[in-house]
Write a protein that binds this ligand. Structure first.
Ligand SMILES: Nc1ncnc2c1ncn2[C@@H]1O[C@H](COP(=O)(O)OP(=O)(O)OP(=O)(O)O)[C@@H](O)[C@H]1O
Ligand SMILES: [Mg+2]
Length: 266
């Protein structure tokens, strides 16, 4: 469903600051795949997402979504079918608007927006969707989003990013800024929503355990390249130790913070 053909991204080309953030990336993601992405700082993970979502234009190469060439499609047009979530809970929601206004906004993702009165039926749909978060937000539709906690806001951002049922969902370390307990709650929610709607999803994480626990495939990135895409069969038989071993043998990174962070679970 997503095909990336020989995509390279060079920032500040021709200057002393030239940086090849993506280098001849080729990958095919199937419909319904949930892929976790690991790689150290600067590996090119976020740049890959920026390129897929249209925030960054590839220097060379092509991107296809459902066989349609979207390489030059504007970012706002892609947002109709690509949902995104970032590390910062403040980025996915509008703080001065209420929960229901935020959800109404996300329902018309990428289209010209005029806030019309929210109908009874829409409100009912919002309540049902919010109920699934298990955060008691369904009775607080008129609460301003700015007063919610980081975890509540990120859960709401997740709901907003998936409300219009995007064809592709991109999650860039979306739980990294939350405390461990809230992070695991939001991850579980993510997994539920992705499974329920069989959403094609790419999720960047710095946590090996999460990379292994969620999704069917694992992508390993380094220096702007995809070193491996571990398939479902192979992933099923992997342990955290096995994944770390595989990661180090491919990246030759022994002191990476991924490894340090996972010492506790070994
Ligand atoms: N807008 C930009 N201008 C110049 N260089 C950039 C830009 N965006 C990213 N880079 C560089 O491209 C490389 C890849 O960055 P990227 O943000 O994709 O890494 P990442 O894998 O997401 O890392 P992290 O785990 O730290 O988020 C880095 O060397 C980064 O400094
Ligand atoms: Mg990043």
């Amino acid at each position: 469903m997503l095909e990336i053909q020989d995509v390279s991204v060079v920032f500040h080309q021709g200057t002393i600051h030239e940086k090849m953030a993506l280098s001849h990336v080729n990958v095919k993601i199937n419909q319904g795949d949930f892929v976790t992405i690991i790689g150290s700082n600067g590996a090119g993970k976020s740049t890959l997402f920026q390129t897929i979502s249209g925030a960054v234009s590839p220097t060379s190469g092509k991107i296809f979504l459902k066989n349609q060439d979207i390489t030059h499609l504007k970012e706002y047009k892609r947002s109709r079918f690509i949902g995104r979530l970032f590390q910062n809970p403040l980025m996915g929601t509008a703080p001065s608007m209420t929960i229901e206004e935020n959800l109404a906004l996300s329902a018309c993702q990428g289209h010209y927006f005029r806030l019309k009165p929210i109908t009874h039926q829409q409100r009912q749909q919002m309540r049902e969707a919010l109920k699934e978060l298990n955060l008691n937000l369904e009775d607080r539709l008129e609460t301003k989003v700015g007063v919610l906690s980081g975890g509540q806001r990120q859960a709401l951002s997740l709901l907003m990013a998936t409300y219009a049922k995007p064809q592709l969902l991109l999650l860039d370390e979306h739980t990294a800024a939350l405390d461990p307990q809230t992070a695991s709650k939001v991850l579980k929610l993510t997994d539920d929503i992705v499974k329920r709607h069989q959403m094609t999803t790419l999720m960047i994480t710095h946590n090996m355990e999460d990379a292994l626990r969620y999704g069917q495939k694992i992508m390993i990135m380094k220096d702007g390249k995809i070193l491996d895409l571990i398939d479902e069969e192979k992933k099923k038989n992997l342990t955290v130790e096995g994944l770390i071993e595989l990661y180090t043998s491919q990246t030759h990174e022994y002191n990476d913070r991924i490894l340090l962070r996972n010492e506790a679970v070994l």
